[in-house]
Design a protein around this ligand. Structure first.
Ligand code: F6R
Length: 627
């Protein structure tokens, strides 16, 4: 379903990649690899009786590494008693017990579960008065030196190319210091702080120079949102506009990515530009579509010169004559189209929606078409989405509820108690603080009723909608638990109960706070538990609000007329709490969800048309999943 790595003659791609880069199948494999490197070093140092000095990072990227190290500590007695750690950074100002603090993060995700002595842990202090910070930073550097320097520094990378919080402009020689955070970085952190306005403007970070002095540096990146910056860091020029590019000058730096984060590297994106590849069916299809989009020609008009002039002569030789190749690719694309009268009727359909609005945003048009053609359509809302409702919206709902209770003469004593409690909470709520249960409930029911309204607008009977309230999500925080057995069981039981013939689910790997990815993991695990005859006929992956599938990946495209697209947009409008301005719009786009959906569905149709297929107004796209 996702792109595979091409088979290339070994050294060809290294010409472009200026930092040794490994592409792993997924984040789990990558995390195991990095944890293995760290554990080996610790074991070697332990048996030589010397300490191991680790430079550590926080964020979504290294979580798996810490999880694996904790497992090794528990199962294999990996001993951290002679490990000294220095963290890269901390927000400023920041209290260590704050839920967004990197002190607290490190404790919860690592230090509470292993035996690093408390006195060997160093994390920049976000509580100092500003005039003391410069001296403190010098002392931090001195402590790293006194410990013998960093043996291994692990890094994530920000979309600005930052390592630590070394934002664009940070020089090669920069040292530990106070830095102003870039707008992009603050937008990326907005979800953790329940809104960009709550994200601190500054941070204390180790400098690029500090990081480059580590004996070994491992930079990790996962997810397609990191793909463009990984390409810049690995293949681009060394520049202070991308701090990570300085790693090209390090003698022992390496980059470890998953397939999604490595997707823009030339060897993954357009490997035929680098040398001879094995022309599998997948690569033939991709390259011809790329050639069409590149030359602006429809597929059937591509000629031998187009192939020769765009590094595809070898494809023409292997799979030509080009006219035949064009016809094969054109036909495959044509076959993905669900044309007039082809939408199935009478099928039992189950659509999994990670948040209460993903169904309508990503496939509202298709859902409505399925209902119209007589399918029995069910929707499973996997999480309540209660963290993504503005306080003001909850307050408004509370007032309406209290007024109605008064008008209908319903228990005013209890009503007043709740109104008082919630209002007092809001009055004292610190920016970024967690909500009390009453507020979470109000927010949850706001979203449930919006989903009900959207279902009605798509013609789905609301009794066919279930709210799964997956346990992994119920932390009240943006940070989620890993998928557990109880999550998988909920999905499995539903699949057994509904017995759908077609399943739709969010298959993208790029939502800013990981919920889609976790939901997909639970569904895949549940599907794999079904016996052969219980498996649905088809499992279709749609992409969530953030991106669309590339044309060559699409297995089913459902055209929408202008009226159908408008109907879908009206369905999206039913999610009033996400309208005008969503609390978590994702860091990449300022547009509202309906605008993104409209643009993306129209763009897919345009691309199909450019490649020589009929001109439709808009299109929803799906990729087939096979167990
Ligand atoms: C964190 C740090 C940052 C992150 C980077 C990526 O200590 O220094 O550079 O590594 O912002 O963050 P995630 O991993 O959350 O995508």
């Amino acid at each position: 379903m996702f792109r595979t790595e091409p088979v290339l003659q070994d050294d060809v791609f290294k010409v472009r990649e200026k930092i040794p880069t490994t592409i792993c199948a997924d984040g789990v494999e990558a995390a195991a690899r990095v944890a293995g490197i760290i554990a080996d070093t610790i074991r070697q140092h332990n048996s030589a009786g010397k300490p191991t000095v680790l430079g550590l990072a926080t964020g979504n990227t290294p979580v798996g590494v810490y999880r694996e190290l904790i497992r090794m500590h528990k199962d294999q007695a990996l001993d951290f008693s002679n490990v000294v750690t220095f963290n890269l950074d901390e927000y400023y100002p920041m209290r260590p017990d704050n839920i967004q603090s990197y002190h607290r993060w490190m404790k919860e995700n690592f230090f509470d579960h292993v035996n690093v002595p408390a006195g060997s842990i160093h994390i920049p202090d976000g509580t100092l008065p500003e005039k003391k910070v410069a001296k403190y930073c010098q002392e931090y550097e001195a402590k790293i030196k006194a410990a013998g320097g960093l043996d291994i520094q692990i890094l994530g990378i920000g979309r600005t190319g930052h390592i630590g919080f070394n934002e664009p402009g940070s020089s090669r020689d920069s040292r530990t210091r106070l830095i102003s955070l870039d707008r992009v970085t603050r937008m990326d952190a907005a979800a953790d702080f329940f809104g960009e306005q709550n994200v601190p403007r500054q941070a204390i970070t180790m400098g690029v120079g500090t990081i480059l002095e580590a004996r070994r540096v491992i930079l990790m990146a996962f997810g397609e949102q990191k793909a463009p910056i990984i390409r810049k860091a690995v293949e681009g020029p060394v520049t202070d506009a991308v701090a990570a590019s300085f790693l090209q000058e390090h003698r022992s730096a390496e980059v470890i990515v998953d397939l999604a984060a490595g997707a823009d590297l030339t060897r993954m994106d357009t490997p035929w530009l680098l040398g001879e590849i094995e022309w599998s069916q997948e690569y033939q299809h991709r390259a011809v579509i790329w050639l069409g989009l590149q030359t602006g020609k429809s597929i059937l008009k591509l000629d031998q010169d187009d192939y020769d002039n765009n590094h595809l002569a070898s494809l023409a030789r292997k799979a030509g004559p080009v006219d035949d190749l064009n016809v094969r690719v054109g036909r495959r694309l044509w076959n993905t189209l669900i044309r007039q009268g082809m939408i199935p009727s009478g099928k039992k359909v189950l659509c999994f929606s990670p948040h209460p609005d993903d169904d309508v945003i990503s496939m509202g048009g298709t859902l409505h078409e399925l209902v119209k053609s007589g399918c029995d359509v069910h929707v499973a809302y996997m999480t309540s989405g209660n963290i993504a409702v503005f306080d003001e919206h909850a307050r408004q709902m509370l007032n309406t509820w209290a007024d109605l209770n008064r008008i209908f003469d319903i228990d005013m004593t209890r009503t007043k108690q709740i109104v008082k409690k919630v209002k007092e909470f809001f009055a004292a709520k610190a920016p970024g603080a967690l909500d009390i249960p009453e507020v979470l409930l109000i927010k949850e029911w706001i979203r449930r009723n919006e989903a009900a309204a959207a279902c009605r607008s798509m013609g789905i009977t609301f009794k066919n909608a279930v709210f799964l309230d997956m346990p992994f999500y119920q932390t009240g925080e943006v940070r989620k638990r890993p998928i557990g057995e109880e999550d998988v069981k909920i999905v499995y039981d539903l699949l057994k109960k509904v017995r759908p013939q077609w399943v739709f689910m969010a298959g993208e790997l790029a939502d800013p706070h990981g919920t889609h990815r976790l939901c997909a993991e639970a569904i895949f695990k549940a599907l794999r538990r079904l016996s052969e005859d219980e498996l649905p006929e088809e499992v279709w992956l749609y992409r969530g609000a953030w991106q669309e599938w590339d044309i060559d990946m699409i297995d089913m495209a459902v055209p929408l007329s202008k009226a159908q697209l408008t109907k879908k947009i009206f369905g999206i409008f039913k999610h009033q709490s996400q309208k005008d301005k969503a609390l978590f719009p994702g860091p990449y786009d300022d547009r509202e969800f309906w605008q993104r959906a409209e643009a993306r569905n129209r763009q897919t149709a345009e691309r199909f048309n450019k490649l020589g297929l009929p001109e439709y107004h808009a299109m929803e796209a799906f990729v087939r999943w096979r167990p």
